[in-house]
Design a protein around this ligand. Structure first.
Ligand SMILES: [Cu+2]
Length: 255
């Protein structure tokens, strides 16, 4: 959850975001040490008048100043690769969601309750196995209970402690699906599907924004994700199912 005047990352709410924060701290520690050491040497050399005129080569010191940066690169790369593979490598997600970017809102395609599919008509091939809804920017009011420009008309529910797969795509221009507290960010490209895996470790309301300049209303297509427990997720799934069913019956009556 974003908070006022925060300089660092939002609190991590998944294992991968925790690992990403640790990687960030690790890289920054090494980087700052290098910057401080190199600046000290540079300023010392600029300001000093000492000069050893017979110094033309020194194999020992040259070996050291080649080996140390190489060693630093290795200790930067190893944890980075670890996090990269950890974030990618979920072979069997429990649920798969599709996230579609539009100018300028998101829509979500979620599986029906327990991956159920049904058909009201007798013709084959007319099965409904998912529920799709749009999520637009919700107008801000002080009692709304969400931060300004981050509230959505419909929240995207995912279950806690469960591996979910998000398939991200776009219908018009390049957008970017970003959710900082879960450590997720990937471009939404028209004609392509990008995958994200997530396993949130706690329940709560998490907000993100489109992170690719995508047009005049780029700032007004927030992402609002609610991570809930499995029981609540079942209730949400059932309500989607009832919504679909009532939609269908209403249209039958009107025709
Ligand atoms: Cu966008």
């Amino acid at each position: 959850m974003p908070s006022w005047l925060a300089l660092g990352f939002q609190d991590g709410s998944s294992l991968s975001m925790g690992e990403l924060s640790s990687l960030h701290d690790h890289v920054m520690t090494i980087m700052l040490s290098v910057i401080i050491l190199i600046s000290y040497i540079m300023f010392y050399l600029l300001l000093t008048t000492k000069f050893y005129k017979f110094l033309s080569e020194g194999t020992f010191i040259e070996t050291i100043w080649s080996m140390v940066p190489a060693f630093l690169l290795v200790i930067l790369v190893l944890p980075s690769m670890k996090v990269l593979y950890m974030m990618e490598d979920i072979k069997s997600p429990v649920l798969t969601f599709k996230v579609i970017a539009h100018q300028w809102y998101w829509s979500y395609v979620v599986p029906l309750y327990k991956n159920f599919s049904f058909s009201f008509s007798s013709s084959l091939g007319n099965y409904i196995s998912f529920y799709e809804f749009d999520s637009m920017l919700e107008e801000y009011d002080m009692e709304g209970g969400f931060p300004r420009l981050l509230g959505c008309s419909s929240d995207f529910f995912i279950p806690v402690s469960t591996s979910s797969r998000l398939m991200i795509t776009s219908t018009d221009v390049i957008h970017s699906f970003a959710l900082p507290s879960l450590g997720l960010k990937v471009d939404a490209l028209p004609g392509r599907i990008n995958q994200l895996f997530t396993n949130p470790s706690r329940v709560g309301a998490f907000f993100g924004q489109c992170s690719e300049i995508c047009g005049s209303n780029h700032s007004f297509m927030p992402i609002s994700v609610k991570v809930c427990n499995l029981y609540d997720y079942d209730l949400v799934s059932k309500s989607y199912f009832m919504d679909l069913a009532s939609d269908h019956f209403n249209s039958e009556v009107h025709i």
